[in-house]
Design a protein. Structure first.
Length: 138
């Protein structure tokens, strides 16, 4: 079985995982943190914080819990400096995840984004949905 040690998690998966307790995205986040090294860049972390603190999520989870999640993530994840710039995704806003994967020597990108999923595999890096990540034995 394939092992994914270095993992990029897209913002949509993180947000769903934080907001929807007991959901497959929550299981993805828990598993990625427990079994591998989660990679992020300044841009991907900035986007995650911006999206996670949108007022529409206030009814699902308190700000304090979201802050605690981000603080824990920063403590356990690896910040990847972006040296090699990527401009290859159909949606240019998604290039930042490809950049983290390339610069951080990732094994996998976990995303629900169709533009990224359509690129699987990309430069030898698997791009999988949360569901597919959960069925792979590590």
């Amino acid at each position: 079985m394939r092992t994914f040690d270095r993992i990029v998690v897209d913002t949509n998966v993180f947000v769903s995982g934080v907001v929807l307790i007991g959901s497959p995205p929550r299981n993805v986040v828990n598993r990625a943190v427990a079994d591998g090294v989660v990679l992020f860049s300044e841009d991907t972390m900035r986007e995650l914080a911006e999206v996670l603190f949108r007022p529409k999520f206030d009814r699902y989870i308190g700000r304090k819990e979201r802050e605690e999640f981000l603080n824990l993530l920063v403590a356990v994840a690896e910040l990847i400096p972006i040296v090699q710039v990527v401009r290859e995704c159909r949606d240019p806003k998604d290039d930042k995840f490809l950049e983290v994967a390339l610069n951080g020597r990732a094994d996998v990108i976990i995303t629900g984004d169709g533009d990224q999923l359509a690129m699987n595999p990309w430069r030898g890096i698997a791009i999988v949905s949360p569901k597919d990540y959960l069925i792979v034995e590590v």
